[in-house]
Design a protein around this ligand. Sequence first.
Ligand code: NCD
Length: 403
Amino acid sequence: MPLAGRDYISIADLSDGEMLALFALADRFSRDMEARRASCQGKLLATLFYEPSTRTRLSFESAMLRLGGGVVSCPDAKTSSVAKGETIADTVRIVASYVDLIVIRNPLEGSARVAAEYANVPVINGGDGAHEHPTQTLLDLYTILREKGKLAGTRVALVGDLKHGRTAHSLAFGLARFGAQIACIAPKGLEMPDHVLGKLSHYFALKPEQYASLAELVPRPPASGRRKQLALGAEAMSLFDVIYVTRVQKERFRSEAEFAAVASSYQITAEALKKARPDALVMHPLPRVDELDYRIDADPRAAYFRQAAYGLPVRMALISVLLGAVRLRVSQKDKTGFRPPERQELDLGRYADLRCDNPRCVTALESYLRPVFEPVPRREGAVACSYCDHEQTLPTSAGGREQ
Ligand code: NCD
C-alpha cells in the first residue's frame, strides 16, 4: 500500500522496506536541502504540541517550510481550546479541515491513535505520553546507519529511564527489527515495560540483557561527593557500539520524592568515555539534564547533536511521502522484512465494559472513546489496550477460572 495518505502513529506502521526507502530519500535531502523545494507547495502542516518540545516541533516545521509548504501551530495547550475542555477528537476534526497533515504531541498515551481515527488527513505521532515516539526512532536508526553503516549485529545499550522514555520504547522495536542487539540499563523502578519486552520476545525472539542498576555493570561504588552519580565504567562502556542515553522523565513521576530517588543517578563522564570503543556512538534524543557530561561534547563519538540535525532530512522525507509529493521506491529485497501484524480487536463478551486501567491512557480521560483490547499472545487471560498497549488481566482469571 502506498504511504501517501497513511498515518504514522507507531513504529509498527512502517515496514522495514519503507523505512529503508525513507532513509534513502532522507539521504537525498541531506545532500541537497533544496532538492524538492517546491514539492509541498500549497500544502499546510499543523503542529499541535500539548507538551514541551524544541527539536520535534521545530524540525517538523522547518522540514515543511523547506519543502515549500506552510505551517500553522498550536505550540501550547494553554493557548488552544484544549484549555477550555475541548476533546482530542473535536480538535483534530476541526484542524483537519484547515490543513493537509497533522503532527500531534499529547501527554495521554494512545492520544495520537485517537487523533488518527478522527482526522481525515494523515496524522503523525510526535510523542504520546510515555508510550511511543516513532519519528524519533526514524532519526535514531538513520543516525546509526549513517554513522556506523549497519544496524544488524550492532550492540546498543539503552540507558536511563526506560519505563517512561517513549523514545526508548519505539527504538527498541526499531533496533530489533533490523537485527541489532539490545541491553537495557535502567535504575531500579525505571526498567523497560513488560509490554515492550513481551513484544520483543514474541515477534523477534529477542530477550535484551537487563541490568537492575548501573552498579551491576560498574563494579565500583558511586563516586563520593554531593551527587550520587554512577559513572558508566570501563567494563560496560567497551561492550557497546552505541550507548543511547535518556534523561529521567521528571514530568511522568507521581511525586517529587519518587523523582528525587532516581534523579542524577547516572552520567556518561569524560573518564568513562575514554574506555568506550574508539568507534562507539553516544546518542541521546535530547534534551539532556545531567546524564551527559558537557566535557564529552567535543569528542567525535558524542553523536547527539548530529543525531538531532538528522531529524530535519528524515522528517522532510516522511512529510513529502505522506503528502504524496514523493513516491517511495521500496526495493524488492526489502519487501521481505518485518510486517506489522494486523490489529486484532477482541470480542470481550461479558467483559464488554472493561476499561483500560492505565490512568494515563487516553481512553481513561476522554470519555467518548470506546476501549478496544487485543489478545496478548504470550499471557493467557491478559489483554492489551489497543491505544496505549498497557496489559491487564481479565478480572476472573485474576481470581480463578473463567466460568
Ligand atoms: C524526547 C521526547 O520528547 O520524548 N525528546 C525529543 O523529542 N527529542 C526525549 C525527552 O524528552 O527526554
